[in-house]
Write a protein that binds this ligand. Structure first.
Ligand code: MRU
Length: 343
C-alpha cells in the first residue's frame, strides 16, 4: 500500500477520509485538486502534506504558460500562496514550499525550471520517507520489550508518505521482535486514531486496544502504560510542540504519573523562526466537525461548538524529541540548535 505515488504528470494518493471503509485512490493532476484534498483531509499528517504541496507546486508549474522567468516566477508565487493557505499549523508545508521556491530562483529557462521543480518534489518525498524510517529506527531503542505504549492521532505511513513518526517508532520496535501492546486513542473530533491508526496497526499485526480520548487518564492511573509517544505538526526552537488536539492533556497525565512522553518528528517539522510554542498558529476548524460525526448530528442544532485542531505541549513536559539526526533531551534549545546546525 502506497500512501502517495508520483506518476509523472499527476499524484496518486490514498484517500484518508475513506479509511477503513475502503481503499480508494485519487489521481490529482492540478494544484487546486491537491489544495482541496489537503483542506478536506484526504491528504493529512504534517510530513504528508509537506510532500503533497511540493508535488502541488510542481503540477502548478507544469501548467504555467508564461515564457519569461519573471512571469513564470510571478505565477508560481501565486500558486505557492494558494497551497500555503490550505492548513496553517504543520511546519512541513511552508518548509517544502520554501525549498521549491528556492529551486525556481535558479538562472535557467522556464522549461528547465519546470523539470527542476518536479525533480525537487520527488526529492522532498524520498528524503521525507528516508527521514521517517531513520527516526523510527532510532526511536525504537526507547521502547522497552514487553511495554505498553499509548499513542494519539495517526502518525503512520499515511500521515507521512513514508514510514511514520510515532507509529513508525512503534512499528520498528515491533519489527525488531519486541513484544508490545498499543493503546490508540480514537482522536475526536475526526477519529484519525479509530479510523486510520487502528487500520494501520491491524494491517501490521501489532496488538492494540482502541480507547476513547477520555479513557487515557484511567489507563495511565492504573499503571497500565509505560510511555506515551506522539508525532508533531510544528516544533519551536525551545522544544514546545504543536500536535493534534488532546496531546497536551496526555503530556500532563504522563508527567503526573512519571511516565516518559516522547515526540517523534522529522527535522522538517522544526520551525527555526519560532522561539516558543506561543507563536505557533493553531488551526481552528468548523464547529460542524464537533457537532457531527461523519455527517450525523450528535448535538442539538444551532449550538456553539469550538474546534481547535491542535494544542501546544510545553517542552518541560516532553522527555525526548526523536528525529532522524538523533534524540534530543533537555535543554531542548541547545539540542535543537546543534542538530539543525549539523543537518
Ligand atoms: O489534522 P491532522 O490529522 O493532519 O493532524 C495530524 C497530527 O496531528 C499528527 O499527529 C501529526 O501530523 C504528526 S505525524 C504525522
Amino acid at each position: 500500500m502506497k500512501a502517495m505515488e508520483w506518476l509523472g504528470d499527476r499524484l496518486k494518493v490514498l484517500d484518508q477520509t475513506k479509511i477503513p471503509k475502503k481503499e480508494a485512490y485519487l489521481e490529482l493532476s492540478r494544484y487546486q485538486d491537491i489544495a482541496s484534498a489537503i483542506v478536506g483531509l484526504k491528504i493529512r499528517g504534517a510530513p504528508a502534506i509537506g510532500v503533497a504541496v511540493g508535488y502541488g507546486l510542481a503540477l502548478g508549474a507544469l501548467k504555467i504558460k508564461a515564457e519569461t522567468q519573471d512571469d513564470f516566477r510571478h505565477e508560481l508565487k501565486a500558486i505557492s500562496h494558494a497551497l500555503a493557505a490550505t492548513r496553517p499549523t504543520a511546519r512541513n508545508l511552508p518548509q517544502a514550499l520554501e525549498r521549491m521556491e528556492k529551486v525556481a530562483e535558479k538562472d535557467e529557462d522556464v522549461e528547465q525550471l519546470k523539470q527542476a521543480l518536479v525533480a525537487e518534489a520527488v526529492k522532498i518525498h524520498s528524503e521525507e520517507a528516508e527521514a521517517t524510517l531513520k527516526l523510527s529506527q532510532l526511536g525504537a531503542a526507547l521502547i522497552k520489550d514487553g511495554s505498553t505504549v499509548l499513542t494519539h492521532c495517526n502518525t503512520g505511513a499515511l500521515a507521512t508518505a513514508g514510514y511514520g513518526t510515532a507509529l513508525g517508532v512503534i512499528r520498528q520496535a515491533h519489527e525488531q521482535g519486541k513484544k508490545l501492546k498499543v493503546l490508540a486513542t480514537e482522536t475526536r473530533p475526526l477519529l484519525q486514531g479509530a479510523r486510520i491508526t487502528a487500520w494501520e496497526l491491524k494491517e501490521a499485526k501489532i496488538p492494540f486496544t482502541l480507547i476513547t480520548d477520555s479513557m487515557a487518564g484511567y489507563f495511565i492511573s492504573q499503571g497500565d502504560i509505560d510511555c506515551v509517544i506522539v508525532g508533531a505538526d510544528r516544533i519551536a526552537l525551545n522544544g514546545d510542540t504543536a500536535n493534534k488536539i488532546g496531546t497536551y492533556t496526555l503530556a500532563v497525565l504522563a508527567k503526573e504519573h512519571g511516565i516518559p512522553f516522547y515526540v517523534a518528528a522529522p527535522l522538517t517539522t522544526i520551525d527555526p523562526a519560532l522561539a516558543s510554542g506561543a507563536e505557533i498558529p493553531i488551526e481552528q476548524r468548523s464547529p460542524d466537525e464537533v457537532t457531527h460525526i461523519q455527517g450525523v448530528a450528535i448535538a442539538p442544532a444551532g449550538i456553539e461548538a469550538a474546534n481547535p485542531a491542535f494544542d501546544v505541549t510545553p517542552h518541560p513536559l516532553i522527555t525526548a524529541i526523536i528525529t532522524e539526526s538523533g534524540i534530543i533531551r533537555e535543554p531542548f534549545g541547545d539540542g535543537i540548535k546543534k542538530i539543525l546546525g549539523s543537518g
